[in-house]
Design a protein around this ligand. Structure first.
Ligand SMILES: [Zn+2]
Length: 372
């Protein structure tokens, strides 16, 4: 039998929570770490029908894309729909876990699936490098404290290169300093010159996590004034920006009319409707896709893509697209994300725990919005 914390660790390996947006709340939402899990129900989000299906199929875990607990809850009671739903889960011993923007950003997940469906090639993340530049942080730590500082920096998000985590380079040397008369040094005395055996620890870090890595470094370092340097790197030389990022951008196998692309999208993603801005007779070949809600990123397509396919677009998104001469296709938030539960289910089935788990995609999953 697999424990809940083991499944959470597996999900983090594939969809590192370090790669989630800072505002997000992925991971374990409800459950006991040592709960034994045999049946998993996977859904886009938690709904009453999904809970009923989990109870009926005796699932011990619901894995969703959208986190159910997003903002702090003031209470968990039957006085709110959210409280009632959480109580239903707790009373039936059903745990709840979410993989949200950490899944969006992971290589080989939803962005790759959507790009493959359209036959795109030469794809890279649509929103990779900015505002998430690759940086290198170098810190000098007294030998006995090197492990604790490195561990704290890794925990805060430093040292991820492609699919490798906890990556660092270390070298030994000697640190020299003279303590000022007002100091409270961890090593040495105020007013004296000191030499200390130190390690130089280097790690790459996305600028997204730089602030919290520096806070972790300061909190774990024994010195009152830790010495560290931060360098901004060219994004081409590092795997950080190349692999992790939101959405995808690349080329179609051959240029097509926008009208033909719209028909392809409707067919392959089984969409009864979609909305778009642009000339249906125009030729498009460079395509950006952003699952979920991405109309506000139309300006990022300038000079890079002829069309942005996303969901949740509003009037002003279409107006901006028209002004920029870039086609904008609203295939729906649900339309671009309904495949995610299958992706998560396949990941679990192909994992080391695949043989021990009964994994189902919820049959009760539904678009909350009805189109007529
Ligand atoms: Zn979404």
């Amino acid at each position: 039998m697999v424990k809940l914390h083991e499944i959470c660790a597996l999900i983090s390996d594939h969809y590192p929570e370090k790669c989630a947006e800072e505002w997000d709340n992925p991971g374990l939402q409800l459950g006991r770490d040592d709960a034994e899990i045999a049946r998993v129900l996977v859904a886009l989000e938690l709904t009453h029908p999904v809970i009923a299906e989990a109870i009926q199929t005796q699932a011990q875990l619901i894995l969703t894309h959208h986190p159910f607990i997003f903002k702090p809850l003031k209470s968990v009671s039957t006085r709110t729909p959210e409280g009632s739903m959480l109580l239903d889960l707790a009373e039936h011993h059903i745990a709840l876990v979410a993989a949200h923007t950490n899944l969006d950003a992971a290589p080989g997940a939803i962005a790759q699936k959507l790009a493959q469906d359209l036959g795109m090639h030469n794809t890279t993340p649509f929103l990779p490098a900015t505002p998430y530049d690759a940086c290198k942080i170098v810190v000098f730590v007294p030998e006995p404290h090197a492990e604790q500082v490195a561990a704290a920096m890794h925990e805060a998000g430093a040292g991820c290169v492609g699919n490798y985590s906890d990556v660092s380079f270390r070298a030994s040397g000697t640190g020299y300093f003279t303590c000022g008369s007002e100091t409270h040094p961890a090593i040495g005395k105020p007013g004296s010159a000191e030499t200390v055996d130190e390690q130089r620890i280097e790690m790459v870090v996305s600028s997204r996590y730089l602030g919290r890595v520096i806070r972790a470094l300061r909190a774990s370092h024994p010195y009152e004034e830790p010495a560290f340097d931060v360098f901004r790197l060219s994004s081409e030389v590092h795997g950080i920006s190349d692999l992790y990022g939101f959405g995808t951008i690349g080329k179609l196998p051959a240029p097509v009319k926008l009208a033909d692309l719209l028909n392809t999208i409707k067919t392959v993603w089984e969409l009864p409707h979609l909305r778009y801005a642009g000339d249906p007779e125009s030729s498009v070949s460079r395509v950006a896709i952003l699952n979920g809600s991405g109309g506000r990123y139309i300006s990022k397509c300038s000079g890079k893509a002829d069309v942005l396919i996303t969901g949740d677009c509003g009037h002003h998104d279409f107006d901006n697209a028209r002004r920029m001469g870039i086609a904008l296709v609203d295939a729906g938030h649900y339309g671009t994300e309904k495949f995610i539960p299958q992706i998560m289910a396949d990941m679990l089935r192909q994992s080391a725990y695949g043989d021990q788990l009964d994994i189902r995609v919820a049959q009760s999953m539904q678009n909350p919005m009805t189109e007529i």
